[in-house]
Design a protein around this ligand. Structure first.
Ligand code: NAD
Length: 516
C-alpha cells in the first residue's frame, strides 16, 4: 500500500532523532489497541547537557542569519507540514488516540503558528526608536537580543501543536531549543521537527530529549536560558521555583477547570451540539476544554435532552479516517484518573446523565463521554481538573449566578459563553476570570487566534504564548541611548542650580503638549 510505504519511510527512523547516548528504550503503547507502537530511546542528564552545548553553538549562527533567512526557512516548514498532513494525521492518531478531526486541528494550529511567527517576528522584534528622557539631548532605541537556548517541556495531550506554539516563536526570535517531550507525545514532535529540519533548521538548533521527568526535565530546567513549560499546575510550580532560583524567565501554561455558561437566550439544540464538542473534543484531554457547564434553568430541559441525545449517538473509534466523533483516552493512567473521579462522585451522590462506562469493545482505554448532575463540593470532580471524559452540569437562575459560579475556581484558563446575543456575551466576557473567553464556541475561537495571547490567570499559569507576547518571551530588550551633544547635562552643583528651573519648565511644557 503506497500510503503505508510513505508512512514507514518517513517515520521508521524518527526514534533515532532523540538525543540519547545509551541503549535504554521504553515501549510506548498506542491507545488504539494498547500494543507497543515504538521503542523510545531514553536520554540521560548528560545527554541533555550535550544537547544544550551543541544548541548554544548553533544558536550563534542562527541569530546572525537574520529575520529574512529565518522567515524563508519557517515558511518552507509551513508548506511541508501541509504537504505531509495525511502522514502526520496517521501518526497523531496512533500516538494519542485522537480522532482524525482533532488531529487535523493540531496540524492546522501548528501551521498557523508557524506562518504567524515567520511573518510577524521582524515586525515585533526589530529594533526601534523610543522617546528619550529629554528631547534632542539624547536619542534612544531598543533592540531585542535573542535569549539563547530555550528549554521547552511539553505534555502528551496536544504534543504537536503545543510544541509548535513554543518552539516556532523561539526559533523565529533567533533562539535554539532543547525540548523534553513526554514519552507519549514524542513521535509527533519528532515528525514535526523532521519537517523543520528538512526546511533548513539546523539539526542541533532544535534537539529533542525524552525520558524520566526527574532526571531529564530537571537537567533541562537547570541549564537553559528560558523555560517554556506546559503541563500540570503541580509540576509548573516546581519549574517556577527552579527558574526563580536561577533568575531565568519561564512561561507556565498549566491546568484548568474551564466553565461554560449557557444563557437563557440560546437555541438549546445548537448549544448542546457545541457543548458536546467543547467538553469532549480529544475526550476532554485538552487544557482549554470545558469541564463545568452552568445552564440557565429556562433552557435547561431542552438543552439537557439534546446534549444527552448528541452524546449517546456519537460514534467512538480509532480508524485512521474521519469516521469517529470521539477518540480514546490516551493511556491506562488516564482511564484510571477518569474512573477515579467518576467513582468518587457517584459514591457521594452524583447522577450520571449520560455515559459513565468504559468502552473496551472499541479499544482498551475508550470511555463514553460522561455528563454528571448533582455534583457537590465534597466530590473531587467539583473543583479538581479531571482532564478527561467528564463534564458536570449545574442549573443557575441568573446570569449573575452563572458568572459567580464560573469564577469560583482556583483556575482561570479558558471560559465560554453561549448566548443568542454576541453583545450580551461580550458584556459577560468582561466579568470572567480567565485568560481566554469564547462566545458561542468552546475554545477554538481564541485557540486559533494565533495573533492574540493565550495563557492562564490564577493557578492556570504565568505568561502568555502566541501573538507578540509569545515572541517577546524569547528576547532581552536592550535600551541604547546616545547623547547628541546639543546640551551638556548637569554634573556640578552650579550646573544643576542653573538648569533645574529649565528642566522643570520643560517637564510642565511636555505635559501641556501631552508629550510622553
Ligand atoms: P505533567 O505536569 O505531569 O507533565 C508535563 C511535562 O512535564 C511532561 O513532559 C513531564 O515529563 C514533564 N515533567 C514532569 N515533572 C517534571 C519536572 N520535575 N521537571 C521537568 N519536567 C517535568 O502534566 P501532564 O499530565 O503530562 O499534562 C496534563 C496537564 O497539562 C493538565 O493539567 C493540563 O491542563 C495541562 N496542559 C495545559 C496546557 C496549557 O496551555 N495551559 C496545555 C496542555 C496541557
Amino acid at each position: 500500500m503506497p500510503a503505508q510505504t510513505a508512512f514507514d519511510a518517513l517515520y521508521a527512523s524518527l526514534d533515532d532523532d532523540v538525543v540519547a547516548s545509551g541503549s535504554v528504550t521504553r515501549p510506548v503503547p498506542t491507545p488504539t489497541t494498547g500494543e507497543t507502537l515504538h521503542e523510545l530511546p531514553q536520554s540521560s542528564a548528560d545527554d541533555v547537557r550535550d544537547a544544550i552545548s551543541r544548541a548554544r553553538l548553533a544558536q550563534l549562527a542562527w541569530a546572525r542569519a537574520g529575520f529574512a533567512h529565518r522567515r524563508r526557512v519557517l515558511l518552507r516548514a509551513h508548506e511541508l507540514l501541509l504537504e505531509r498532513r495525511e502522514l502526520l494525521l496517521d501518526l497523531i492518531q496512533l500516538e494519542s488516540g485522537k480522532t482524525r478531526g482533532q488531529g487535523f486541528e493540531e496540524i492546522f494550529q501548528a501551521a498557523s503558528v508557524t506562518r504567524y511567527n515567520a511573518l510577524a517576528a521582524q515586525r515585533v522584534l526589530r529594533g526601534r526608536r523610543r522617546r528619550s528622557g529629554i528631547p534632542t539631548v539624547a536619542t534612544t532605541r531598543v533592540r531585542y537580543r535573542s535569549k539563547g537556548v530555550v528549554g521547552v517541556i511539553t505534555p502528551w495531550n496536544y504534543a504537536l501543536s503545543l510544541a509548535a506554539m513554543d518552539v516556532v516563536p523561539a526559533l523565529a526570535a533567533g533562539c535554539a531549543v532543547v525540548q523534553k517531550a513526554d514519552d507519549q507525545g514524542a513521535l509527533s514532535i519528532l515528525a514535526l521537527r523532521r519537517a523543520f529540519i528538512e526546511a533548513g533548521v539546523p539539526e542541533a538548533l532544535w534537539a529533542v530529549v525524552a525520558g524520566p521527568a526527574g532526571e531529564v526535565g530537571e537537567a533541562l530546567t537547570d541549564e537553559v536560558d528560558y523555560v517554556c513549560f506546559t503541563g500540570s499546575t503541580a509540576t509548573g510550580r516546581k519549574i517556577a521555583e527552579k527558574a526563580g532560583r536561577r533568575l531565568v524567565g519561564a512561561s507556565l501554561e498549566l491546568g484548568g477547570k474551564n466553565p461554560l455558561i449557557v444563557l437563557d437566550d440560546v437555541d438549546p439544540e445548537r448549544a448542546a451540539a457545541n457543548a458536546a464538542h467543547a467538553c469532549f473534543s480529544a475526550m476532554g484531554q485538552l487544557c482549554v476544554s470545558i469541564e463545568r457547564i452552568y445552564v440557565h434553568r429556562a433552557v435547561a430541559g431542552p438543552f439537557q435532552k439534546a446534549l444527552v441525545a448528541e452524546l449517546a449517538a456519537a460514534k467512538l473509534g480509532s480508524a485512521l479516517d474521519f469516521d469517529a466523533d470521539f477518540g480514546s483516552l490516551a493511556s491506562a493512567a488516564q482511564l484510571e484518573r477518569v474512573t477515579g473521579h467518576l467513582d468518587d462522585a457517584v459514591a457521594k451522590g452524583a447522577t450520571v446523565l449520560v455515559g459513565g462506562t468504559p468502552r473496551p469493545d472499541v479499544g482498551p482505554w475508550f470511555f463514553s463521554p460522561t455528563v454528571l448532575t448533582g455534583v457537590t463540593p465534597e466530590m473531587r470532580v467539583y473543583a479538581e481538573e479531571t482532564f478527561g471524559a467528564i463534564a458536570s452540569l449545574y442549573l443557575v437562575d441568573s446570569e449573575e449566578e452563572a458568572v459567580q459560579a464560573a469564577n469560583a475556581s482556583e483556575y482561570g484558563l479558558n471560559a465560554a459563553i453561549f448566548t443568542g446575543s454576541v453583545a450580551r456575551g461580550q458584556r459577560v466576557a468582561e466579568r470572567l476570570e480567565a485568560g481566554s473567553v469564547n462566545i458561542n464556541e468552546g475554545y477554538r475561537g481564541t485557540f486559533a487566534s494565533v495573533d492574540a495571547p493565550m495563557g492562564g490567570q490564577k493557578q492556570s499559569g504565568v505568561g502568555r504564548r502566541n501573538g507578540p507576547e509569545g515572541l517577546l518571551r524569547f528576547v532581552e530588550p536592550v535600551t541604547i541611548s546616545a547623547t547628541t551633544g546639543v546640551l551638556q547635562l548637569p554634573r556640578w552643583a552650579s550646573e544643576y542650580r542653573e538648569q533645574a528651573p529649565l528642566l522643570l519648565l520643560l517637564a510642565r511644557g511636555l505635559a501641556a503638549l501631552r508629550r510622553r
